[in-house]
Write a protein that binds this ligand. Sequence first.
Ligand SMILES: CC(C)(COP(=O)(O)OP(=O)(O)OC[C@H]1O[C@@H](n2cnc3c(N)ncnc32)[C@H](O)[C@@H]1OP(=O)(O)O)[C@@H](O)C(=O)NCCC(=O)NCCS
Length: 245
Amino acid sequence: MAEEPRRREFGSFPKKPQKITPIATANGKSDEEFIRDYIKPSQEWTTWIHPLTQKIYSLEFLSSHELSKDDFRTCFGIIETTSGVDYKNSSVGWHPAMKRKEMKSPDLRYILVKDDSGAVHGFTSLMPTFENHEPVLYCYEVHLLPELQGSGLGKHLMNQLITIAENIPSTKKVMLTCFTSNLNGLKFYEKIGFTKDDFSPADRTLRGGKVVRPDYVILSRETAHRGLDGELRTIEDHDSDDIEI
Ligand SMILES: CC(C)(COP(=O)(O)OP(=O)(O)OC[C@H]1O[C@@H](n2cnc3c(N)ncnc32)[C@H](O)[C@@H]1OP(=O)(O)O)[C@@H](O)C(=O)NCCC(=O)NCCS
């Protein structure tokens, strides 16, 4: 992968911006300010009702350093449960220490999904950052335990990320990385308007003619204003395009 331009790969870290930018401003905000300025949540924002079981879950927004040890451990366990096999079968491999370090990245923020006993059943993590010199909102993780999969919650969480990206001035897109083996994940992202990003790694042809396909793809969805600011748009406004891998 070394010959590709710089991109966020599993287990790598973003560079800090050198000057005050809307991204640096966003990363300098407290959680309360971040919610107020970028999510602008309604009264119902913190509550999620499962459409089939009617079970009530709460959404909690917080920075990586605010995660309790128990919640951190649960989030790590959820990643291992839902995506451990994909990591282990990939060229990246599963490296718990590296993943834990990434999960504690200072500018990383979490939206936790908790049941009424306070146990975490899913989460997403996000970071305003620069990718290929462009301001983006990077989605590091989105993972739900099986009982919440297919409930519309994944889309609801991604909608929050899109709203955040729309509200941080100059942000061009929401970006993420997905293993090509995660066909359900790819279909989900396709359905909510993500397409293969221009910086996604291309196939490589070795000297002997063998074609090596990368085992992950970088996906993105542009903000409505493409970094120039503009009106808010929700996932429902998108027609889905096939993600070619
Ligand atoms: C991926 C994940 C976050 C999606 O969340 P979800 O709650 O299951 O998805 P939703 O119910 O919100 O689905 C949103 C839309 O995508 C569609 N969709 C979701 N998965 C799909 C699939 N496998 N095939 C086709 N469509 C799918 C839904 O039908 C829905 O469409 P609609 O808006 O027309 O109703 C969740 O399934 C999950 O945690 N999976 C395991 C972990 C994982 O793979 N994470 C991604 C790592 S990159």
